[in-house]
Design a protein around this ligand. Sequence first.
Ligand code: ADP
Ligand code: MG
Length: 136
Amino acid sequence: MSNTERTLSIIKPDALERNLEEEIKTLLIKNNLKIKDSKKIHLSKDEAAEFYKVHQSKPFYNDLCAYLSSGPIIAMILEGENAVSLYRRIMGATDPKKAEANTIRKIYGISIDKNSVHGSDSFDNAKKEIDFFFKN
Ligand code: ADP
Ligand code: MG
């Protein structure tokens, strides 16, 4: 049975700064994910804090919010068969050093904090995160 899903992807500031938008988008499309919507946005620190609030108890929270709001990002709605888990696989592990070969983070990630992309971790969070960027 088919299971078409949508998930949220972000090209983070480190990757956008290195002009990797088109390369990353091409890689997503080659891996059977359709880009249904895409926009460039520069979040304020407060907006980044809202987006990452699940991590508010973590020691890296403040740096993470400062980083995500440090420059423009690309937010995208991806659609495909099992898109949430498919995109997590294509994205690779949080720490680029631990990411599998040919994943986005392995190819482009600089470090655990500058790991080039975000991806929703569940179907429910994907819905919430898509709404965060694309409602209205
Ligand atoms: P993922 O992005 O793979 O879902 P998490 O949700 O655990 O990972 O963390 C959110 C983001 O916070 C990561 O993408 C990374 O940029 C940052 N991060 C996670 N763990 C650390 C850490 N130990 N030190 C610094 N930054 C971290
Ligand atoms: Mg996460």
